[in-house]
Design a protein around this ligand. Sequence first.
Ligand code: PGA
Length: 231
Amino acid sequence: MTFDLEILPDEEWAALVANRLEAKLGPGARICLATGTTPVPVYHALSGSGAFAEVVTFLLDEYGGLPPGDPGRCTSMITRDLVERVEPPPTVMSPEVDHDDPGEAAAAYRELIGDCGLDLAVLGLGANGHIGMNEPGSTAESVTRVAHLDESTSRSAAGYGATATPTWGITVGMSELLAASEVWLLVTGEHKRDILNRTLHGAVDSDVPATFLTEHPNCVFFVDESAGLTG
Ligand code: PGA
């Protein structure tokens, strides 16, 4: 196990992670970013000036079947939580889920990411151990693709403002994420304690795709005390 576990005080977690993120951003950096609840305070804590100039940013995943502009779409989340808050606004690449042939769109996104490669992937931990839409059952070799969502993942979209219940999406695959030079997993809140514990200390297998990150040569778990302290 080579990963680095950083357990930070709840009230300082977002600012500390934001500082570390800003230090990684620079012209030509290729970064994959998650949406969802966890990274929001980090994006909000970015200083906002110049940080994303000339950074190439890729969205980790996107729901299919939600209308363009739906508040629950990952593109909408990254727009309101990051793009609209920093100057100059980052250009965020995302898979074309509205394409007539989502499989073709996923292949195009896979090629784009494969051609560029990722310097850093900033990820969140699903309550069921998923990473992006790499749901339980996804292997370390799974590529960027159209993915069927677990029921719990479908349901959680409502919490992000989705006006319908998505059943599928396009996600960056575990293989492209594991090929990134550096990977961060952000984990906050008491409700993530059990799945974090399983991720860090359980068997590495596709039941919990997050466990594959523990074998990445350069992975940092940024955890707040609510999620990371036991007892
Ligand atoms: P959350 O979601 O950040 O909203 O907890 C994480 C995830 O499901 O990947």
